[in-house]
Design a binder for this molecule. Structure first.
Ligand code: SAM
Length: 332
């Protein structure tokens, strides 16, 4: 087994987030504009076989953890094939997916059978009207049915990701956190990040609610949040438990409490580029090499080059973020 690759700052990078598509069946206000995002063509997007080739190369240079994301990964017609191909690669220790869950009632059993371990589901509120306003094309009932389908299929632990937005759902965090009293779910609150310029970036910039405020709001309503020891140093979520609760309340604070120093991620965009840091435009093309028939060693060498060039951290504090790509194009 190869050792875990280190980047130029000594961080262990062993986690690849793979975007399967830049398309989505929702239009969350802080993520995608309602009209006019330019989507890649079918030819732009890596095939199932190309994705498997990258995963084999990644395992070959020490990567262990993989996550499918997007856009909305469940929109890929060949999703089950992709999961099955990755799950069969020796050395893949973890395979998870980030999704809005709308299509999970149909897909969850097949995904579990194909080798997916667990899902993170994106849900910003338990108020149906607010979900309709923030996530636009989806409904709470659809997402909830998807969460239940994932749980029934054994895709556990269920993690819920809620982006907290000023003037929208900052009070809804209490009801979401209260879910953990009865259920062994992880409910995580994410600070909004400006990405990609344009409308979503503006919404996120103006909508930031600092984690300290969200944490205080939950504690005031539901009682103390007891900090839990980190499961591993690269966990971006600062985890807590309400007294007597079954589940976990987590806070992901890229803006006010950045965790770049322990970042363990590399991203692969749907159109075949290694994206070196979520909040930065640096990318390294891999699709050209794949389509010229590059072997596993060559792909692995390109991945190591990407790891080596990972920036030290994001520059949100001085107002810089990615301009060329929005969240749905990078893979959240
Ligand atoms: N469609 C899937 C979903 O909704 O989870 C996967 C892709 S989505 C881009 C992944 C995650 O990114 C979601 O949890 C979403 O809330 C989060 N996200 C999107 N835009 C964001 C932003 N501007 N700031 C913080 N989180 C964001």
């Amino acid at each position: 087994m190869p050792g875990v690759p280190l980047d130029g700052f000594g961080r262990e990078i062993d986690y690849l987030r793979i975007s399967l598509t830049d398309r989505c069946n929702l239009r969350c206000t802080y993520c995608m504009p309602l009209h006019g995002p330019a989507f890649g063509t079918r030819e732009d997007v890596l095939t199932a076989a190309e994705i498997e080739a990258v995963v084999r190369a990644a395992v070959g240079v020490g990567f262990r953890k993989f996550r499918l994301t997007g856009g909305e990964p469940t929109l890929r017609p060949d999703l089950l094939e992709i999961v099955a191909r990755i799950a069969c690669v020796p050395g893949v220790a973890d395979l998870a997916m980030t999704t809005n869950a709308v299509l999970l009632p149909r897909l969850a059993p097949g995904l579990a059978a194909a080798g997916l371990r667990r899902v993170n589901v994106h849900l910003d509120s338990l108020d149906p009207e607010r979900v309709a306003r923030l996530m636009r094309w989806g409904t709470l009932a659809e997402i909830w049915a998807g969460i239940e389908a994932a749980e029934a299929a054994g895709l556990r632990p269920i993690k819920i990701n809620a982006v907290v937005l000023r003037g929208e759902n900052e009070a809804d965090v209490v009801a979401l956190a209260a879910l953990t009293r009865e259920r062994d779910w992880h409910v995580r609150f994410i600070e909004a990040m400006p990405l990609g310029g344009g409308e979503p970036a503006r919404v996120a910039r103006g909508g930031l609610v600092p984690t300290a405020e969200t944490r205080a709001r939950i504690a005031a309503a539901l009682g103390p949040l007891v900090p839990l020891p980190p499961r591993d140093v690269a966990d971006e979520s600062s985890n807590h438990r309400l007294l007597g609760a079954r589940g976990v309340v987590g806070f992901i604070s890229p803006v006010t409490e950045p965790y770049c120093g322990t970042c363990n991620r590399m991203r692969l965009t749907a159109d075949g580029r290694f994206h070196l840091c979520l909040l930065n435009d640096d990318e390294l093309d891999i699709r050209t090499a794949l389509r010229r028939g590059a072997d596993t060693r060559t792909i692995g060498a390109l991945l190591l080059r990407a790891v080596h060039h990972k920036p030290a951290g994001h520059l949100l504090a001085i107002g810089r973020s990615t301009e060329e790509r929005a969240m749905h194009q990078i893979g959240g």
